[in-house]
Design a protein around this ligand. Sequence first.
Ligand SMILES: Nc1ncnc2c1ncn2[C@@H]1O[C@H](COP(=O)(O)OP(=O)(O)OP(=O)(O)O)[C@@H](O)[C@H]1O
Ligand SMILES: [Mg+2]
Length: 232
Amino acid sequence: MEKGVFVTGSDTEVGKTVIAGAIAAAMRAHGLDVGVMKPVASGAKEINGKLVSEDAVYLKKIIDSSDDDDLVNPICLKLPIAPTIAASIAGVPIDVDKIWKAYEELTNRHDFVVVEGVGGLMVPINDTLFVADLVCKMDLPLVIVCKDYLGTINHTLLTLEYAKSRNIRIKGIVINMLKNGDDFVREIEKYSSAPILGTIPFKENVSVENCAYGDIVEHFRREINISKIMRK
Ligand SMILES: Nc1ncnc2c1ncn2[C@@H]1O[C@H](COP(=O)(O)OP(=O)(O)OP(=O)(O)O)[C@@H](O)[C@H]1O
Ligand SMILES: [Mg+2]
């Protein structure tokens, strides 16, 4: 069995949190002890003097995680901009050791850890590391989330090519917020070197901001064969 999965996106705001949450909840429903992680978050809210990542809150809540916030989200930055720029403005360098230690602890605690990336694979984490380097160091396979919008085919194929160039294993692609039906799916399928794991439509009752899941987990479990993600 895999020890986890890294959920990346063709872009920011494509549904990484929603799909990472659905994977984590589906694994839990399968009987696994699951952990979640958002190693680096930007655009955090300040609550009682503490920075809190909306993504980490959503991911924790969907699996009833009792792991500490610092473990689930070791790097939390206030400004909703690229992490290196947010860290530079905050005057606090990103401490990658905190990420490795938190990841190690979570993998020791849980059967399976679902990690949500930040933006896409080539988002810089510091002067020498990109998100793809986190994936390599964590030694996790990828699920690539893309959203049905103009530009996605390009972004998705570029993400796949870059992952392949880094020898990252790819479980497949989840097409989120599908609106145009089969043509879009067929086009991605035609040019993609990785399988499409499934599609998820836009759902009125799903919202990361409001921690609302609607029936996303049930839908995900019906649509996507999680054993393909779970098995080595
Ligand atoms: N299938 C869906 N149906 C309805 N709304 C969705 C769906 N998927 C995502 N959303 C909404 O779209 C927005 C972006 O989704 P999400 O936060 O999961 O993206 P992300 O890739 O994790 O973004 P970020 O790069 O900021 O982490 C959120 O407001 C979320 O509630
Ligand atoms: Mg997110």
